[in-house]
Write a protein that binds this ligand. Structure first.
Ligand code: UDP
Ligand code: MN
Length: 247
């Protein structure tokens, strides 16, 4: 029995949302034993996402939690509440098990690009595994530096003082570790930009303990791609289309 991969994806309503989710589902559908935890940043589950998930052909869980308005500001970390909702669901679902089912959790933003090889790599995570991330931190890539099979530092161009200088897309955690650290969550209070990953990882592991994947962290299997803002300058204010179409 393969360990289940739980992918927690925060998502929010915007013109490209369905396109992003379509791309992501097309990737996830090719991965065996994957459970998608999609968490909407919204006061309720939207019809668009509900309909989408119903047809996605993937084992999934549809959650929602709105980001408080005061946290919707540039420079503040995004999707903190949504990732925590995913963690809470996982813990709740497995709370009655004596020993955790084999499982691996990772945080999959809806706009990144994931190779299928990445899932093979993360599937064997024992506690916390790490790998390079492409197109991030103002560089072509960031990566953990590995010596003799251990992480000894970070190749990064941005805030090298971070205890774990790694993007959200650069690590996975075993279900066992999530369950045995029930208080580990993403924090709002005192969290500086770019420190979310470090703040979280500090609660569950140490740098010495990290398991390097992707050939000792020498292969880029995930890219921190970002989608350009759509041009809607020619949307009509009147003479609307005669049918209502979901995009
Ligand atoms: N996100 C969200 N609410 C927001 C902004 C972002 O749920 O108000 C989600 C988004 O869909 C993505 C993740 O949080 O899955 C990270 O956001 P984004 O990709 O904008 O961050 P960046 O690429 O700048 O790291
Ligand atoms: Mn992004």
């Amino acid at each position: 029995q393969l360990p289940t991969i739980y992918a927690i994806t925060p998502t929010y309503s915007r013109p490209v949302q369905k396109a992003e989710l379509t791309r992501l589902a097309n990737t996830f559908r090719q991965v065996a034993q994957l459970h998608w935890i999609l968490v909407e940043d919204a006061a309720a589950r939207s019809e668009l996402v509900s309909r989408f998930l119903a047809r996605a052909g993937l084992p999934s869980t549809h959650l929602h939690v709105p980001t408080p308005r005061r946290y919707k500001r540039p420079g503040l970390p995004r999707a903190t509440e949504q990732r925590n909702a995913g963690l809470a669901w996982l813990r709740q679902r497995h709370q009655h098990q004596q020993r955790a089912q084999p499982g691996v959790l990772f945080f999959a933003d809806d706009d990144n690009t994931y190779s299928l090889e990445l899932f093979q790599e993360m599937r064997t995570t024992r506690k916390v595994s790490v790998w390079p991330v492409g197109l991030v931190g103002g560089r072509r890539y960031e990566r953990p530096l590995v010596e003799n099979g251990k992480v000894v530092g970070w190749y990064t161009g941005w805030r090298a003082d971070r205890p774990f200088a790694i993007d959200m897309a650069g690590f996975a955690v075993s279900l066992q570790v999530i369950l045995s650290n029930p208080k580990a969550v993403f924090k709002r209070r005192g969290s500086q930009p770019g420190m979310q990953e470090s703040d979280f990882l500090k609660q569950i592991t140490t740098v010495e303990e990290l398991e390097p994947k992707a050939n000792n962290c020498t292969k880029v299997l995930v890219w921190h791609t970002r989608t350009e803002k759509v041009n809607l300058a020619n949307e009509p204010k009147y003479h609307l289309d005669t049918v209502k179409i979901e995009v």
